[in-house]
Design a protein around this ligand. Structure first.
Ligand code: 8ID
Ligand code: ZN
Ligand code: ZN
Length: 350
């Protein structure tokens, strides 16, 4: 019933292009499951992997993708808690050692020996993907697989980032890059967590989506604003700025502005990973405002379960567009031009 060959999008060399072709279906190892991927979200990380943006090399040839939602069709001999037929998600953290200091305290994204889907191991831009059983997301059967796909990276990551920000119900969070994949989900998770939001991005389509669909209380257009710092602070009632800033943009500039507009005692949470970028903050203001600047990186298995639970409870409704797996390159082209409002999801059957 499991075919020997399948369709996949393969990166033969860094820089691309991706090649849509047939490749063999692999067999899962003893602690792994084989997931028949039905849908996969396209994250900006996949584009970084294609371009070789980061200091960490990818495997080659590579099948990208790490927001894969599907059905378990085979499992290794050691796997006991995932059944054939279960719905499962292949996420960025494909596997980790489960034995190091970090894994032992549920900080598995910090494991020094992780397997990363669509980066160091083949990911979800294929019809059959392998993941460590311990790490696959458990997807309830009443949850649609196309809509849950973006939650498997974008949703988990922003949910974790919002928790790391320390922002409390009623407080205001600025979402920088609010119109993109992570940003659109961040607005929804923030709202569900009782937080107020300021969306920062550009263009009327993203403005409309953020304010009319996703619950942002205000929108600052970084393309039109002559002073983003002032405009973000002005969007809070007392003019003192947001209690937290979630940086999910793919551009260095906002990483050098956030510390200026964040509220005293506030926190700046860095999530986006623009190539070669550096953080910058004025020492004087950072000290006398007692601000916190930190990074946040995906989420652990518990964050995963919680992020999915928010979705299952009907609290998260973020827009996504479905196209065929064969159309991945055109999604990348739109992403490069900054034209994607929300997320693209690939249907692996076409
Ligand atoms: O665990 C992590 N830390 C993690 C997990 C997943 C993704 C980190 N990421 C990283 C990705 O690798 C990528 O660098 O988060 C970043 C955002 O991923 P994405 O949401 O998938 O990208 P997108 O859909 O292209 O959205 C980016 C948005 O940023 C806006 C763009 O207009 C777009 O809507 N943006 C840019 I570029 N510059 C901006 C600026 N100066 C900006 N928004 C506000 N101000
Ligand atoms: Zn991702
Ligand atoms: Zn480990």
């Amino acid at each position: 019933e499991i075919p020997k060959e399948q369709w996949a999008q393969v990166i033969e060399k860094t820089g691309g292009p991706v090649e849509y072709k047939k490749i063999p279906v692999q067999k899962p190892g003893p602690d792994e499951v084989l997931v028949n991927i039905k849908y996969s979200g396209v994250c900006h990380t996949d584009l970084h992997a294609l371009n070789g943006d980061w200091p960490l090399p990818t495997k080659l040839p590579l099948v990208g993708g790490h927001e894969g939602a599907g059905v378990v069709v085979a499992r290794g001999d050691l796997v006991q808690d995932v059944e054939i037929g279960d719905h499962a998600g292949v996420k960025w953290l494909n596997g980790s050692c489960l034995a190091c200091d970090f894994c032992m305290q549920a900080d598995e994204p910090l494991c020094p020996k992780p397997q990363l889907s669509g980066y160091t191991v083949d990911g979800s831009f294929q019809q059959y993907a392998i993941a460590k059983a311990a790490h696959v997301a458990r997807i309830p059967k009443d949850v649609p697989l196309d809509a849950i796909a973006p939650v498997l990276c974008a949703g988990i990551t922003v949910y974790k980032g919002l928790k790391e920000s320390g922002a409390k119900p009623g407080q205001t969070v600025a979402i920088v890059g609010a119109g993109g994949g992570l940003g659109s989900l961040a607005l929804q998770y923030a709202k569900a967590m009782g937080l107020r939001t300021i969306a920062i991005d550009t263009g009327d389509e993203k403005k409309k989506m953020c304010t009319e669909q996703l619950g942002a209380e205000s929108f600052v257009d970084f393309g039109k604003s002559s002073n983003v710092v002032k405009d973000v602070q002005a969007a809070t009632k007392d003019g003192l700025g947001p209690h937290a800033v979630l940086l999910v943009a793919v551009n260095e500039k906002p990483f050098q502005q956030a510390a200026e507009y964040v509220r005293p005692r506030g926190s700046v949470v860095c999530i986006g990973l623009p190539a070669g970028a550096y953080l910058k903050a004025p020492v004087f203001e950072s000290v006398i405002k007692m601000i916190t600047i930190k990074g946040s990186y995906v989420g652990n298995r518990k964050d995963t379960a919680e992020a999915l639970d928010f979705y299952q409870r009907g609290l998260i409704k973020a827009p996504f567009k479905v196209v065929g797996l064969s159309e991945l390159q055109s999604v990348y082209d739109k992403m490069i031009r900054g034209e994607i409002a929300g997320r693209y999801v690939l249907d692996t059957s076409r």
